[in-house]
Write a protein that binds this ligand. Sequence first.
Ligand SMILES: C[S@@+](CC[C@H](N)C(=O)[O-])C[C@H]1O[C@@H](n2cnc3c(N)ncnc32)[C@H](O)[C@@H]1O
Length: 330
Amino acid sequence: MIYRLGDFQFPSAPESLYPQTPQRPWVLEVGFGDGRFWPHFARTFAAVPNYLGVEISGVSLLKAHRRLKEAGLDNAVLTKLPAEVLVREVVPHGALDLMVVNFPDPWPKAGHEDHRLLRADFFRLAASRLKPGGAVLLTTDHDEYFDFACAQAEASGVMRVERVEPPAAALETKYALKWRDLGLRPQHARFVPTAHSEVPYSGYAPYPPQEDDPTVPHSIVQLPAQFDPRTFSKHTARDPRGVWTVVLLDLYASLRRSEHGSSWVALAHVVEGDLTQEVLIDVTAREDGSTLVRLGRFGGPIITPGVKAAVGVLTDRLAELGAQVRHRGY
Ligand SMILES: C[S@@+](CC[C@H](N)C(=O)[O-])C[C@H]1O[C@@H](n2cnc3c(N)ncnc32)[C@H](O)[C@@H]1O
């Protein structure tokens, strides 16, 4: 089954993702490509473990989905997301038996190491989401990345590196076959948590079903009588701790006219680590003459610290343009 970020709970218990088989072991594959690993690996178990696959390529997602369907692998959830977001926000603490990374993008150019997945921070995150006895499995043809990942695992302070033979299934992926044809031999490591690691969730939430739910980030402002939306201009705000960046792109006249006065919609671009969302924030005139500034439902936004901040940034921006802030609910 394919899930979007908004289909998950934060975090998602196995009972919600695999209602028929919640007790089975749980395997996460990062960057599954065209999905050849899982049908091979699943066959090595008497009862097929629950599978969560994460990819950033939409084309790969569809190819892998078809392949798993044809193989009859039902207890599988695939999603198109950056792995870091899925592991941090969706996978519960101490839940995974295995995390598999086959032939990750090596980012070989000098100065591009920051793009690599297997860095110390990711190992600490992985250690916090693995069960006791769980492990991260890495197979790669790229010697320099292999050494880098091993050094990062050790630097994380929570992982032991075991150099062992790869599972046979890791040698049947598209990239494994490609490198085999070129005569390259892959390397394999098993990273085993040695210490407890506690990486918290950031506190994501789906948009609630009830339209008037007070948990939707909002504020109430009193706009000046002569408020002119043309004075609104593009504005960027950055979290001092570096968690989010909000870019308020524009303020449009709303098609959903309010009988109590003019209404607008602000378009905001919100970046939080690897997650980027474009959200709409409604600015709606109310019966008592005040104005409600509230995250819109359009596009199914996930309520994250950055999205809450976007409502705050817009509220502050309106205050700079003469509005009085009466209430902040974000
Ligand atoms: C070199 S390919 C390997 C694919 C597959 N594992 C194989 O062995 O054939 C690396 C894959 O990782 C995916 N990828 C890269 N960064 C990712 C990330 N942060 N989260 C999820 N997938 C990612 C890419 O889209 C690509 O499909």
